[in-house]
Design a protein around this ligand. Structure first.
Ligand SMILES: Cc1cc2nc3c(=O)[nH]c(=O)nc-3n(C[C@H](O)[C@H](O)[C@H](O)COP(=O)(O)OP(=O)(O)OC[C@H]3O[C@@H](n4cnc5c(N)ncnc54)[C@H](O)[C@@H]3O)c2cc1C
Length: 490
């Protein structure tokens, strides 16, 4: 994709000659690197290409945009367009989302350009008509947990309020590609949870029944049915024989980067400013309320500041003078070399924290538990790698011959009860969103929609009302696993 967004209004018409030369140089350099045909340069926002004539570039600058007004679309993404661009040298693609400089003031600032921050911005603009919004991201978007997770979506929770919230998310996932006009590779291949004891079977049966009472799909599988579905599983493994499983057929996986890109593109077109490489380093308070932020690109004022910074939640809350009931821990993931199709469902081990799926490229994707110590480092340690490998080989001995080719870590905000927080903390103008623990990817559409509702309407969305911050003071915790107030245990 090429081209600086001409509609950003910082055009050469008002710039000095030197700035104009610099802008031209940047444009030309970009296009050289992408097209490989030096004399050509593409007219951004249009469909034609032309030689690099400075006066033509100057003429291409439209007047400045009104804050929050929708941007010209980067065009529909479709099979037909792919074919058409194939015939015309791929010259018709424009940048998927704009790269504006920050303005001095916005109605809403969202700190964190992960899945939740971008989704919140998108739904604010699309569902609630609030477009004077900026997303501030300290790096490029997609490099946080939204691009580091193991891509699993499901709604097989136990507590009824959680079941409804995650089912809402799953329903949004089911229509997301149409909503965003972006191929996010939503694959409802099913999620299968295995059980290994009678007690665990009872627990899982209750969970499946809770889901069914909410009208959600859940199927009980016998040992034989598990074997038919996942031939790789060693049912009679010496350590924890498999007694059966329960399946949510509508669970599955989604291409994680595409989720960030799709929401960014749609939010940008709706008028949201996505400002990358802009770290928030301070939160400004005035008259007992939040008045804006201080960033590495200068101060920005806002009526409302929403923190959606995942594993960095406690650091950002501290900037506002708040302490949150959560800790940051590292969670790792692993990918094997590509192999032929061998696993067409997401399978979860019940005798340890281990799960696996096969990506569309053929690599097996594994995950385990958090590393268990507090950290902001985006990399894991070897003991968890060993634990995941042991669980993998116990459950599916055939995996012993696979080579792991990549491993990485992400920083997780783990709350005291294992459930997230979408709430107004006791500081006017601030919205707190985070504490997603292991499960924030699947929650992105619902998290974004319900946070946008809280910002726009000033009251919690009914499906997220139980995720308030006060629950930790009143004792109404949402402890899905019954593990108690220990962040590392959820
Ligand atoms: C290895 C791994 C596997 C996982 N697997 C799954 C799974 O299978 N299913 C599932 O549902 N969930 C999974 N998760 C959890 C899920 O990825 C997260 O809960 C979710 O992505 C967090 O929300 P986010 O996308 O908004 O976070 P992020 O993408 O991390 O977004 C937060 C952003 O805030 C930015 N930021 C931080 N500080 C600042 C600052 N001061 N100024 C500006 N920006 C800042 C960061 O750079 C980051 O981009 C997994 C996580 C990991 C690490």
């Amino acid at each position: 994709m090429t081209g600086e967004p001409a509609h950003e209004g910082r055009g050469a018409t008002s710039a000095s000659a030197a700035a104009r030369q610099s802008a031209l140089k940047n444009r030309a350099t970009f296009d050289l690197s992408t097209s490989g045909t030096p004399p050509r340069c593409r007219l951004v926002g249009g469909e034609s290409s032309y030689d690099t004539d400075p006066s033509m570039i100057e003429q291409s600058q439209p007047p400045p945009r009104a804050p929050g007004s929708p941007r010209p679309s980067s065009g529909p993404y479709s099979g037909f367009r792919l074919i058409r661009e194939g015939f015309r040298g791929q010259r018709g693609w424009t940048r998927a989302w704009a790269k504006p400089d920050p303005r001095p003031r916005y109605r809403v600032l969202i700190v964190g350009g992960g899945g939740h921050g971008l989704a919140t911005a998108f739904y604010l603009a699309r569902e609630f008509g609030i477009r004077d919004v900026a997303v501030l991201e300290r790096g490029p978007i997609g490099l946080g947990n939204v691009g580091r997770n193991t891509t699993i979506i499901r709604s097989n929770y136990f507590q009824p309020a959680n079941v409804r919230f995650y089912e809402f998310s799953l329903k949004l996932w089911e229509g997301l590609e149409q909503t965003l006009n972006f191929n996010a590779m939503v694959s409802q291949r099913g999620t299968l949870n295995l059980y290994h004891s009678e007690a665990q079977r009872d627990l899982f049966t209750r969970r499946a029944n809770t889901m069914r009472l909410e009208g959600i799909d859940a199927e009980s599988l016998t040992r034989e049915e598990v074997k038919r579905r996942v031939p790789l599983v060693d049912l009679d493994n010496g350590r924890y024989p498999v007694l059966g499983g329960y399946l949510q057929p509508r669970g599955g996986t989604v291409r994680h980067d595409a989720v960030a890109w799709g929401y960014a593109r749609a939010a940008s077109e709706a008028g949201v400013d996505i400002i990358e490489h802009c770290e928030v380093i301070g939160i400004r308070r005035e008259g007992g309320r939040v008045a804006g932020v201080v960033t590495t690109r200068g101060p920005i004022d806002a009526e409302t500041v929403c923190l959606a910074v995942a594993g960095h939640s406690s650091r950002l809350a501290a900037l506002a003078g708040l302490t949150l009931p959560l800790e940051s821990h590292v969670l790792q993931a692993f990918v094997s070399e590509s192999v032929k199709p061998m696993l067409d469902v997401v399978v979860t081990y019940g005798a340890g924290h281990f799960y696996a799926s096969q990506s569309d490229k053929g690599g097996l994707v594994f995950g385990g538990a958090i590393d268990g110590y507090n950290s902001y480092g985006q990399r894991g340690a070897l003991p968890m790698a060993e634990e995941v490998a042991a669980a993998a080989i116990t459950l599916m001995p055939g995996l012993a011959r696979l080579k792991v080719v990549r491993q990485w870590g992400g920083v997780m905000a783990m709350t005291m009860d294992g459930s997230p927080i979408i709430s107004r903390p006791p500081l006017a103008g601030l919205i707190r969103h985070g504490g997603w623990c292991y499960g924030g990817f699947k929650a992105i559409p619902a998290g974004g929609m319900t946070t946008a509702h809280l910002i726009a309407r000033g009251v919690p969305h009914p499906l997220a009302a139980h995720l308030n911050l006060e629950r930790f003071a009143t004792g109404h915790t949402v402890d899905e696993r019954g593990a108690g107030p220990f962040p590392y245990a959820h």
